[in-house]
Design a protein around this ligand. Structure first.
Ligand SMILES: [Zn+2]
Length: 336
């Protein structure tokens, strides 16, 4: 039996339970809620947690979770699949990155607190009532409404060669099967899921970034498919389901993702495209002002590959204008 206790059961049929975890009552007596789908395979195995829309405008993972839960329903498999299709349900409902209530970025406030704002409260409840009960996590992200991102998968940086959580996370990332593998070393921010889950429970997490503002019109189903296949490949890695038979993506690149910020606002044009390799000193993007004057040129600080960019023409000063992958070696001293 799953250890996740739901406050509201919406549906219970066969091996599947749908419901909500409540984490804060509003003035109208309704609750802030986390939607949860629990599908139990009936055979002993791992408990895998997969969540989408932790940023409310990043929904490719959400659709993959809904689709896969539907397929697993009524089937026998090893372990338990826990799907959270919209972790930040408030933000998801209004198609925003964050809830309007406090505007905090949910992926900067982990492990959360119960004595601060509603986003901190959500993180604390999720850690305590869901994450603490699972063996591994897939935490989906994407480009949302303003970024283009090539599909990539982040894994835990190694604290030592014997770092078990990092090893499993690295294997999960390889199994997820996309071109770019991002070791989350030298992150410029704190309070994110993977590092905090490891600190609190020593569990492995991967963070796939799939989908983007400018690929949705034509590639929404392709991106959902990448997420869907990725979850199944990770389930197969854990022995929850048989191997999927999906051909591995060849020539995977190991990268350190760097967020290069613009100093000026204006109209931004990417010069190096997604998937394009560049050398140190190459021009990555330019920004022009409203009168057509060039106000900024952004150059590559090192050799790398274009992973993403601000996909809306108008950019603010200080925004991420280029998401550049610095090419790095695979984890040192790594033994599978
Ligand atoms: Zn995100």
């Amino acid at each position: 039996m799953s250890k996740i206790q739901l406050d509201v059961i919406v549906n219970q049929r066969g091996n599947r339970t749908d419901g909500f975890i409540n984490y804060g009552q509003k003035a109208d007596l309704s609750f802030y809620q986390i939607p949860v789908i629990i599908v139990e395979g009936g055979k002993p195995g791992k408990t895998l947690l997969v969540d989408g829309a932790m940023h409310g405008d990043e929904t490719e993972g959400s659709e993959a979770i809904i689709r896969l839960a539907g397929e697993l329903e009524g089937k026998e498999f090893a372990g338990t699949f826990i799907g959270v299709p919209a972790l930040n349900m408030e933000a998801f409902t209004i198609v925003r990155r964050a809830t309007l209530t406090d505007e905090f970025n949910l992926n900067r406030v982990f492990p959360g607190r119960k004595d601060q704002y509603i986003t901190h409260y959500l993180a604390a409840h999720y850690m305590e009532r869901v994450v603490s009960h699972v063996d591994a996590v897939i935490n989906f992200h994407g480009g949302g409404d303003v970024l283009h991102l090539e599909p990539l998968c982040a894994f835990l940086p190694f604290d030592s060669p014997d770092d078990t959580a990092a090893k499993i996370s690295y294997e999960m990332a390889k199994a997820f099967n996309v071109k770019y593998l991002w070791s989350q070393q030298n992150l410029p921010f704190a309070g994110i899921t993977s590092l905090e889950y490891k600190k609190a429970f020593n569990i492995p997490t991967i963070i796939p970034e799939v989908g983007s503002q400018c690929s949705r019109l034509h590639n929404r189903q392709r991106d959902i498919e990448i997420c869907y296949n990725g979850i199944k490949n990770v389930m197969a890695y854990f022995g929850m389901i048989p191997p999927t038979g999906q051909a591995p993506v060849e020539n995977k690149d190991h990268i350190e993702l760097n967020y290069l910020h613009s100093r000026n606002g204006g109209l931004m044009t990417p010069i190096k495209k997604e998937g394009e390799y560049f050398e140190a000193g190459d021009l990555l993007c330019v920004i022009d002002d409203i009168f057509g004057n060039r106000v900024e040129e952004l150059y590559a600080p090192w050799k790398g590959v274009g992973i993403g960019f601000w996909s809306v023409p108008v950019i603010h000063p200080g925004d991420w204008c280029s998401l550049a992958g610095k090419l790095i070696d695979p984890p040192k001293d790594y033994k599978a």
